[in-house]
Design a protein around this ligand. Structure first.
Ligand code: ADP
Ligand code: MG
Length: 254
């Protein structure tokens, strides 16, 4: 049996005296889309950052693709990962943030080929071909030569998705990818994510887009104050939540 893509068991994280994650249990199977919802400050971003080696877990167990985050197992002993090893692991994980974080002085195409050529050692010509293909996939085949400032927020976010995909990740993390967008630009970004999901990408998506979570999510997880309050089939969790806290949150965002 293969391990789930993400497995969290009692994951804890604190910043000084503030305990932000108080024992998160969560499983994301391969090819599944897990939508994470919850009020601001509940620890969603921190949890994504733990998955992506950007924060150290303080307690519990967190594995990605069967490997313990932050550690390498040798026989029965655990060794903390070296910086280079962390970088290697992170290559397999794509992350898209609320703010698009494109390199402003590079065109869309240059943004997409940056990591494959600089980090993965792909030749420029091969990376360019692949980038053109990826930009086409996100509906921006005709914008390859544009700079971020010449693109709308939604287009920039789609370039950011193409850039993440260029490293051929096995897992994609999205942290409120549409929250900073004008409403009319949200749909195109969600469409790209929907297609990615249909193509079998494993995704963890922090979002307030309830419709997306319901249609695309295999699971919905409602977090509040560092704990998972409720998790399961999105149609259940989002339509007929069992917990009062989930109901209260949904009534605010719907
Ligand atoms: P969410 O994404 O659900 O809004 P976050 O994970 O961003 O929640 O934050 C959870 C809590 O952790 C918040 O109270 C936030 O202020 C705090 N926090 C996040 N990152 C840090 C940090 N680097 N140092 C101190 N506190 C942090
Ligand atoms: Mg957040």
């Amino acid at each position: 049996m293969t391990a789930p893509m993400v497995l969290a068991e009692g994951v804890r994280k604190r910043f000084g005296r503030l305990e932000v994650l108080k024992g998160i249990d969560l499983t994301v199977e391969r090819g599944q889309v897990c939508c994470l919802l919850g009020p601001s400050g509940s620890g969603k971003s921190t949890f994504l950052r733990c998955i992506n080696h950007l924060e150290k877990v303080d307690g519990g167990k967190l594995t990605v693709d069967g490997e313990l985050v932050g550690y390498r197992q040798q026989g029965s002993r655990l060794h903390e990962l070296r910086e280079r090893e962390v970088a290697e692991r992170r290559r397999d994980i794509g992350m898209v943030f609320q703010r698009f974080n494109l390199f402003p002085h590079m065109t869309a195409l240059e943004n997409v080929i940056e990591a494959p050529t600089k980090v993965a050692g792909v030749s420029r010509s091969e990376a360019r071909d692949q980038a053109r293909h990826l930009l086409q996939q996100v509906g921006l085949g005709d914008r390859a030569g544009h700079y971020p400032a010449q693109l709308s927020g939604g287009q920039q976010q789609r370039v950011a998705i193409a850039r993440a995909l260029a490293m051929k990740p096995k897992l994609m993390l999205f942290d409120e990818p549409t929250s900073a967008l004008d409403p009319e630009l949200v749909g195109d970004v969600l469409d790209v994510m929907r297609r990615l999901a249909a193509d079998g990408m494993t995704m963890v998506v922090v979002t307030h887009e309830i419709g997306f979570a319901r249609e695309v999510g295999d699971t919905a997880v409602f977090m509040d104050e560092g704990v998972v309050v409720e998790a399961g089939d999105p149609r259940q969790v989002l339509a007929e939540p069992e917990q009062e806290r989930t109901r209260a949150f949904l009534s605010k965002v719907l």
